[in-house]
Design a protein around this ligand. Structure first.
Ligand SMILES: Cc1ncc(COP(=O)(O)O)c(C=O)c1O
Length: 439
């Protein structure tokens, strides 16, 4: 038997194994209250498992042929020059901010004490890299309904130290890119989009993640596609891409791919720092970097996921629509989610806020849904400034954070992920209706 035959056998067995162990069974109809309605979950079939085993048979381990394919698929999808694969969305955010501190950017670089405009209602690792780079976050409030930055106070937030805007498209709903991009351009600011929850969302027809100088993605299982842990940095600026790769790869100056040598043609001929002339370029460090790379096994899963992205996106949108319709008659109790004007959102979740005076609390509703086996989550950190780790950070707040606090107390989200079914969604809306009306 040749190695190729053996491999074909193994991969055929993997498919068999998938069908036996993981494939959705010919299910009995959904039994309300006996099976859990998850808010998210990984969606895969035998193709992800075959790719994963294929990559492990290569035993290349670090980024290799699958990583090249996956980053190429993402570059084509976003139509950008570079998508740099990393080990998480949080690492992508860290690299996005760190890259903008690089001395190669001259006067435009972010320096300690410079300010970055952001929001406090979101995920902590959008803000953490601002602090990790000794920069100062400036928080603006968000709108109820879209859960994105209130852009009316952008000018008020500006100071002589403002150098960047870093915002997430909240739960897949694009922020007002017209206003934010125009503001950034007018004042020569960097714009970073945290696109971790928004793969597939569009604004005026264009994919989010392609508006800023840099954008980031996450492939954690709850997200639109998954590689287990994983993420990416997206840019259409090859100069920024080179800086990002360098910080990702230990801070090295060399840009050879793994397994390559002497791509620059001057591996042993140049002089760097005060190193001796001809010091091996592979071991020249022009930055204080990290190692945040993705492995080929992760990328192999991503390759199979990319083929499903369009269908996943369509199902997320369909489920969101069904929830909107199913809960429309409860607007006296809830603020229902609203897509930003000009947005076509690939929703990460369905976000609900209890109106002031609702006859029940968020905690009561969440507990009731939990008992009914319906998963909910809050809007991540609530008001980040009230989190133990963030209470003493250097920061500015402009215009108060009333809505952010209101969200912390009154908001929760439900799932829209592709694994849901119309029966599950009907069960969710019925359960909420019965609870709200009896209140
Ligand atoms: C908006 C946002 N940014 C960043 C992240 C971090 O991604 P990861 O979990 O891959 O580190 C998340 C996490 O879910 C997120 O929701």
């Amino acid at each position: 038997m040749t190695a190729n035959d053996l491999k074909a056998d193994i991969l055929a067995k993997v498919t068999e194994y998938y069908r036996l162990v993981h494939a959705p069974k010919q299910e009995a109809p959904f039994q309300a209250g006996t099976s859990r309605v998850q808010y998210a979950g990984r969606m895969f079939d035998e193709r992800e498992m075959v790719n994963l085993v294929d990559a492990s048979l290569d035993f290349w381990l670090t980024a290799g042929r699958f990583a090249e394919t996956f980053s190429g698929q993402l570059e084509d999808y976003y139509d950008v020059s570079d998508v740099i694969l990393v080990n998480s969305g949080s690492s992508a955010n860290l690299l996005a901010v760190t890259a903008l501190t690089d001395t190669a950017l001259g006067e435009r670089r972010l320096q300690p004490g410079d300010e970055v405009i952001t929001v406090a209602a979101g995920f902590p690792s959008t803000v953490a890299p601002i602090l990790q780079n000794q920069l100062v976050p400036v928080f603006l409030d968000v709108e109820l309904g879209t859960y994105n930055i209130d852009t009316t106070r952008l000018e008020e937030a500006l100071s002589a130290r403002t150098k960047a805007v870093f915002l997430a498209h909240t739960l897949g709903n694009p922020f007002n890119l017209d206003a934010v991009a125009a503001f950034a351009k007018r004042h020569g600011l960097w714009l970073i989009e945290d696109n971790c929850d928004a793969l597939g969302s569009r604004y005026r027809g264009k994919l989010t993640g392609t508006f800023g100088h840099i954008a980031t993605g996450s492939f954690y299982p709850a997200h639109h596609i998954t590689t287990g842990e994983g993420g990416c940095v997206i840019t259409d600026d090859p100069r920024l891409a080179r800086i990002i790769r360098s910080y990702r790869d230990w801070g090295r100056d060399c840009y050879c791919e793994g397994g390559e040598n002497n791509t620059c043609g001057c591996r042993f001929t140049k002089q760097f720092g005060t190193l001796p002339k001809g010091y091996d370029h592979k071991y020249v460090y022009s930055r204080i970097g990290y190692n945040l790379k993705m492995t080929d096994m992760q990328a192999a899963v991503g390759v199979a996921q990319m083929d499903k992205l369009e269908s996943f996106t369509a199902r997320r949108k369909r489920h969101f629509q069904m929830l909107c319709e199913g809960l429309k008659d409860l607007e006296e109790f809830f603020i229902l989610p609203r897509a930003t004007e000009h947005a076509d959102s690939s929703w990460f979740a369905f976000i609900l806020t209890l109106r002031e005076g609702a006859p029940f609390t968020r905690v009561e509703l969440a507990k009731h849904l939990d008992t009914a086996l319906i998963e909910t989550r809050g809007l991540f950190a609530g008001n980040l400034l009230r989190q133990p780790g963030y209470m003493a950070i250097p920061h500015r707040v402009v215009g108060g954070l009333d809505n952010t606090d209101f969200i912390m107390n009154n908001t929760l989200f439900l799932g829209v992920y592709p694994g849901l079914t119309p029966a599950k969604i009907d069960y969710v809306t019925d359960t909420i209706r019965k609870f709200a009306r009896k209140g």
